[in-house]
Write a protein that binds this ligand. Structure first.
Ligand code: C2E
Ligand code: MG
Ligand code: MG
Ligand code: MG
Length: 284
């Protein structure tokens, strides 16, 4: 029906919009079922020490393969989960799954889990995290939580208080996608993040833009002054990697080094350590 109306007929109650809304509701229902059946999986993307070239952690990234539509991008289904009140339940499942996976890795390898800002609203996050850690048997310091600046939009005091409580448990807290959106340096005054993840957009341009390079330099300077590690995400070329290592980033992540892989493949990578040429790049 929407097709027959043709494109470009923009009125408010447009049948295409109706079709979109129906599509969205269908996706919601299917996501709800997938969450109920615990079908949302995690891929693990290794993160490397810029100094030694060894794997120090993995970022857990949500994966949903829809029965008909195939893989759905996490930014899409996470925002569906946020909108339809599923995010706490899904977030808890993913935390448990990630901690459980980390349980079978060597003790020095951490797992980083992304949190939605909405997970700070219920007041039950600390308990959820604590239970995920306890039932997996990992030590709290093996878990890293990645948060974005979006989390301080609502009730700043309560949010920072929860971050403090998480940190008091021994968990590391990272600020993700730093430098885009409503980045504010004042968040460092409120909370001592363990690491900063420089947004991929700066990494993308580091070899071609003086500004991007200067921004990376500024974040590295901030990191070293405040005792925070600096992770560069989304590294795709040798040149980007070289500039980021020279620039003083402490950790490296990106398709150049490894794409996100299944839990099984990640374990195999841990069993056969290799430094992906990071050291060689450094010595060169
Ligand atoms: P993010 O947390 O910034 O995660 C990094 C994203 O960049 C991942 O995309 C990763 O696959 C991708 N990436 C890493 N290296 C490269 C590279 O070299 N090139 C390119 N083109 N991409 C690279 P992904 O898995 O599609 O996730 C997208 C976003 O969805 C994440 O961004 C995060 O905001 C959200 N997300 C994923 N999993 C979860 C989750 O379990 N919970 C929550 N709340 N959000 C999640
Ligand atoms: Mg992340
Ligand atoms: Mg990120
Ligand atoms: Mg990102």
């Amino acid at each position: 029906r929407a097709k027959r109306m043709g494109k470009g007929k923009a009125c408010f109650f447009n049948p295409e919009m109706d079709a979109d809304a129906q599509d969205r509701r269908k996706l919601e229902t299917e996501l709800r079922e997938a969450v109920e059946r615990d079908e949302i999986d995690l891929a693990y993307q290794p993160i490397f020490s810029a100094r030694t070239g060894q794997i120090t952690s993995a970022e857990a990234l949500a994966r949903w393969t829809h029965p008909d539509r195939g893989p759905i991008r996490p930014d899409i289904f996470i925002s569906v989960a946020e909108e339809c009140g599923l995010i706490d339940r899904l977030g808890e499942q993913l935390l448990r799954r990630a901690c459980c996976a980390a349980q079978s890795w060597p003790d020095h390898v951490r797992v980083a889990v992304n949190l939605s800002p909405l997970q700070f609203h219920s007041g039950r996050l600390i308990e959820t995290v604590r239970r995920a850690i306890d039932s997996s048997g990992i030590r709290a310091n093996r878990l890293q939580l990645e948060v974005t600046e979006g989390l301080v939009i609502q009730d700043v005091d309560r949010t920072f208080q929860q971050l403090e409580e998480l940190r008091a448990l021994g968990i590391q807290v990272l600020i993700d996608d730093f430098g885009v959106g409503y980045s504010s340096l004042s968040c460092f005054q409120r909370f001592p993040f363990d690491k900063v993840k420089i947004d991929k957009s700066f990494v993308d341009e580091i070899a071609t833009s003086r500004t991007a390079k200067a921004i990376v330099q500024a974040v590295v300077g901030l990191g070293s002054a405040l005792g925070m590690g600096v992770v560069a995400e989304g590294i795709e070329t040798e040149e980007q990697m070289r500039l980021l290592i020279e620039g003083g980033c402490t950790h490296l992540q990106g398709y150049l080094l490894s794409k996100p892989v299944s839990a099984h493949v990640f374990q195999q990578m841990l069993a056969r350590p290799h430094n992906f040429g990071i050291k060689a790049t450094r010595a060169a």
